[in-house]
Design a protein around this ligand. Sequence first.
Ligand SMILES: Cc1cc2nc3c(=O)[nH]c(=O)nc-3n(C[C@H](O)[C@H](O)[C@H](O)COP(=O)(O)OP(=O)(O)OC[C@H]3O[C@@H](n4cnc5c(N)ncnc54)[C@H](O)[C@@H]3O)c2cc1C
Length: 491
Amino acid sequence: MIKENNKSCGIIGSGVSGLAAAIRMRNKGYRVTVFEANSFAGGKLSSESNKGYRFDMGPSVFTMPAYVDELFVLSGKDPRDHFNYVKLDPVYRYFFGDGTMLDAWHGKARFAREMAKILDEQESTILKYLDNTEYVYNLTADVFLHNSLHKFRNFFRKPVLKGLLNFPKIGAFETMNEANEKAFSDKKMVQIFNRYSTYNGSSPYLAPATLNVIPHLEIMEGAYYPEGGMVAITEALVKLAKETGVEFKFSSAVREIVIENKKIKGLRTDAGVEHFDVVISNMDVYNSYLKLMPDVKKPEKTLKQDKSSSAVIFYWGIKKEFKELGLHNILFSENYFEEFDTIFSKRSIYHDPTIYINITSKHTPADAPPGAENWFTMINVPNNSGQDWDALVAEARVNMIKKINRILKTDIEKYIECEMTLDPRLVESRTSSAFGAIYGNASNNKFAAFLRHANFSKEIEGLYFCGGSVHPGPSIPLCLLSAKITVGLVK
Ligand SMILES: Cc1cc2nc3c(=O)[nH]c(=O)nc-3n(C[C@H](O)[C@H](O)[C@H](O)COP(=O)(O)OP(=O)(O)OC[C@H]3O[C@@H](n4cnc5c(N)ncnc54)[C@H](O)[C@@H]3O)c2cc1C
């Protein structure tokens, strides 16, 4: 039973973090209204259909489902009555240019055993590495994931203090690649672990080795697939929010955060100004400042940080089944350093990109017509700084098809029945993500975590932020934690 507090909260955006913040604020007793520029909810976590094929448009790897469940429990409901998922095993299928193919299994022991069978790496070496990722995760989770990094008092909490005192042990002073090259002799093993830098749009040759904790979540805690596809997360949270009494206004772009005497007054849309006591912006923080409150003093250093990578995706309806592929497939590039250097230094697309193919019809046959598959075919690319995207996307399509044909020994073009495309310009226009960067700031330096924007405004009373562009960062679980930290800070 919600105890009303006669206060109101306006939320800008219905991304996964905006939805979680809405549910949490409603449970705190606020009257909550979510304004969404699009006609649909979910932001990056949405779905589209084309000629009998259904596609999740953005995220495809789901970890830490407990943070979704938590929102149902908070609202007095049994999550299993509303939202379900299965654990994946294996999680990934990896393909290398020399014909090597291997599966990444769930659980430390099996992962290490199966990798050691195929790669030139000792099982004990892999186990030792995974033990270390677990150790670093346990040391850092309270510092970087569960608390605001911008409240001085948090630094004196015991688990946070422990993490900070052990700073030299968490890999902040070397890159992911340096740590992985030290740990492994097989280059394929290094490449497999370096790839996790792409989970927040960074380069393993620049990002601190602390980020080597990411595989811990996937390999040890597990990766999952929601019943009904990734979009089921959005659908379940919208339904829950509505049931708890949250009001949604779709096709309602917020034009201005209305501020008076450094205090929140409300939000202005094309329909006029609505008064709110508290505002939470789930819009990318860069654009929140530039577009919705241009006169407010900006945290220049934070906003000027380099932005993450973006993506080019072809959503292909493929009228053939490929038995050799699973739900998550990676076709690695021959030269990973060149690939990341092309993205982050040359700001272009590498001619031999690592290709990720996600096929949800492997789990949900109804996502494609009989005998066919829905391919989400993605490569990492730079964010938008005015490149000639039409030319780059056309060139990337040719290179991707060539590579898929080589590795899968097929002629994929003749099976493509329908196609939709995503590039950085569309990421930008569909979700207001600055420069079409998918993950907000890049984590390409050791201070990046500290240079993400806080979950609150230091200038404006009653103004808060949540989502992938602020602390603790991008991905579904971190966005859910972002909402939790933010709402926890609302007085
Ligand atoms: C291609 C791709 C692949 C990804 N893969 C994964 C993955 O496998 N696993 C994973 O965990 N994460 C993945 N991510 C990252 C993850 O999707 C994001 O971190 C997360 O969904 C971001 O959520 P958010 O709450 O920050 O909001 P967003 O999804 O960015 O949504 C913001 C919302 O705010 C709305 N909005 C913006 N401005 C206004 C305004 N002025 N007025 C009203 N509404 C406004 C937008 O329309 C949008 O709906 C991926 C992302 C992409 C794009």
